[in-house]
Design a binder for this molecule. Structure first.
Ligand code: APR
Length: 248
């Protein structure tokens, strides 16, 4: 399967990478679903809904601040680095990630190459006012203290998308445009259950792209994929990078 996938990636293709939490698992970030997923605890699922910000703000902000503080310890894994190296050396890559960590950006800094990375569900590094939308990056700010906006006095919250909220328009539009024009769509580490992110690979497929799934398990997108690599991102992506470089 790696050889088959490499065939489609070796002639300077236009590629959209659709990434989910499985890409960051080998950096120590838990997934949401599945036997080890965060959502096995119903309370955690509750903390990702916009209504909880009104009903249980302190618990919610404490949980998000804990996740923000964990970001400091995270390192990009071999999967992140292989993806950025593929983007730097072998084609025209755009990334649409559902992840709110910064590990693709950290891999880009390490390799000195920054492809377009669209955060469909926002970023834990960002802080945003829930009322006026004023936003900035500051990992040191303790959201557990319930800080308020210096512009309007509204409550500050992490710059992520909660269930019940719309996705940011520009990342979604740019990702949809990339889906419509790509030759190949790599779907890595996502269950394919959350819309509209899960529609991007389907859009790519209907525009004639070859779909490659990298996931140890099947997903809601597996049936739409042409090539299924049933392996971990941290193993499959470096192998894919080596095979593509060998063919070029
Ligand atoms: N390599 C690749 N894939 C993996 C790995 C790994 N090492 N480990 C697990 N996976 C796969 C799982 O098999 C699963 O299909 O990653 C996927 C994780 O699925 P989810 O937990 O549903 O994560 P994701 O698809 O990113 O969720 C989408 O849901 O809760 C919302 O906003 C949240 O962005 C998130 C969205």
């Amino acid at each position: 399967m790696i050889q088959q996938a490499a065939e489609h990636l070796s002639d300077d293709p236009t590629v959209l990478v659709c990434a989910g939490s499985g890409l960051s698992v080998e950096s120590g970030v838990p997934t949401f679903r599945g036997e080890d997923g965060m959502f096995r605890d119903d309370d955690i699922a509750r903390l990702t809904r916009v209504t909880t910000f009104e009903t249980d703000r302190r618990d919610m902000m404490k949980w998000y601040q804990d996740r923000r503080e964990q970001l400091r310890e995270l390192e990009p894994n071999a999967g992140h680095l292989a993806l950025i190296e593929l983007a730097r050396d072998t084609g025209d890559y755009v990334f649409a990630t559902q992840n709110v960590d910064h590990l693709l950006e950290a891999a880009s800094s390490e390799l000195g190459y920054r492809p377009p990375i669209h955060h469909l569900h926002g970023s834990l590094l960002e802080v945003r006012c829930h009322h006026c939308g004023f936003s900035f990056e500051d990992l040191r700010l303790d959201l557990g203290e319930l800080p308020t906006c210096e512009q309007c006095g509204g409550p500050l919250r992490p710059g992520v998308v909660w269930f019940g909220e719309a996705l940011p328009t520009i990342p979604l539009r740019r990702s949809s445009e990339a889906a419509e024009r790509c030759d190949v769509c790599i779907v890595v580490g996502t269950s394919g259950l959350v819309q509209p992110a899960a529609s991007l690979p389907v859009t790519a497929k209907s525009s004639g792209a070859t779909l490659i799934e990298i996931n140890p398990n099947s997903s809601a997108l597996s049936d739409a994929c042409d090539i299924l690599i049933r392996d971990k991102a941290g193993t499959a992506l470096p192998a894919l990078l080596e095979e593509v470089k060998h063919r070029r």
